[in-house]
Design a protein around this ligand. Sequence first.
Ligand code: PMP
Length: 360
Amino acid sequence: MQPRDLSSHVEYEAGRGIEEVARELGRDPEEFVKLASNENPHGPSPAAVEAIREFADEVHYYPKALHADLVAAIADRWHVADEQVWLANGGDGALDYLARATLEPGDGVLVPTPGFAYYGMSARFHHGEVAEYDLLASEEPLEFSFDAETVLDAYDGERIVYLTSPHNPTGHRFTLSDVETVAEETDEETLVVVDEAYGEFTEAPSARQLLDERDDVAVLRTFSKVYGLAGLRLGYALVPEEWANAYARVNTPFAASAIACKAGLAAIDDEEHVEKTVGTADWAREYMREEIDAPVHPSHGNFVLVEVGDAETVAEALKERGVIVRDCGSFGLPQCIRITCGTEQETYRAVEELNEVLAE
Ligand code: PMP
């Protein structure tokens, strides 16, 4: 017995942690800073940590049915019905639920390139066919086009269209009116998924606004970034009212752990931590744009895309110097690295080391 033919499936390239990198290089983990996975440099929300401790001895209970408390808090925050919140094991899990809820075998999904690999992976798990729209407007100079036309030119009746806004790894975003145009111009049976995993880092309005009038838009959010809970795996989709009843038919029973739900509930109200995180990202983006001796793309996320020439070599040299960044070769951008916004100290260090590497 073998698994089904998975040869066309992409492997998820999970970023390696400091421990692993330090072990590989035979060095002390203390020497490293990791700015490769867009994690929160301030750590988890302290309120969430307290909740995790407080409820640790209750994990013999199953989570509340449908994660009621957290779902109600999220629904309240977005002014949607509880049933419109599809809680999941990370944003990735929410992508799976949306694919499960929409795709029949052979249905198409339209994904951005460069873009987040899991859209295509999730579609393939659910027997979908992947097509791409190209965000690259010009290679030299490196420019991207984020507008409805770019997406619609490639659209050919796919069942799901993914828009990442702010986009990983470029940092650009779609305007709300472009999102609306894509939803308007695609078939009634096409769902537009607006992935706002980095939504808290931009002042641009959320596509949540479109849910009141449309039944073909879903919005993805995560607790991994601004709340600093990536290790707990907690995310959700906001779906149209008309979709409310589908969740129970597609979700994994107890989609999120009880501890994750308690932590999420605490984090969502921890405004101080959110403000600090967003403030640091605002500062670090600007600092990197001004100080790095290479083109840095404007970003609405907690990271920047930097054109360094040979990303693999530069990322390796930075790693040797104790700064772990993302080589964007696997995104199809072998000339770019992506650097997460760190604390002030981390960001100063990354910029200093990078400028030295670039000058070598
Ligand atoms: N969407 C985008 C664009 C991302 O970059 C990520 C995480 N890297 C996710 C979704 C999923 O995040 P998570 O599963 O941690 O919620």
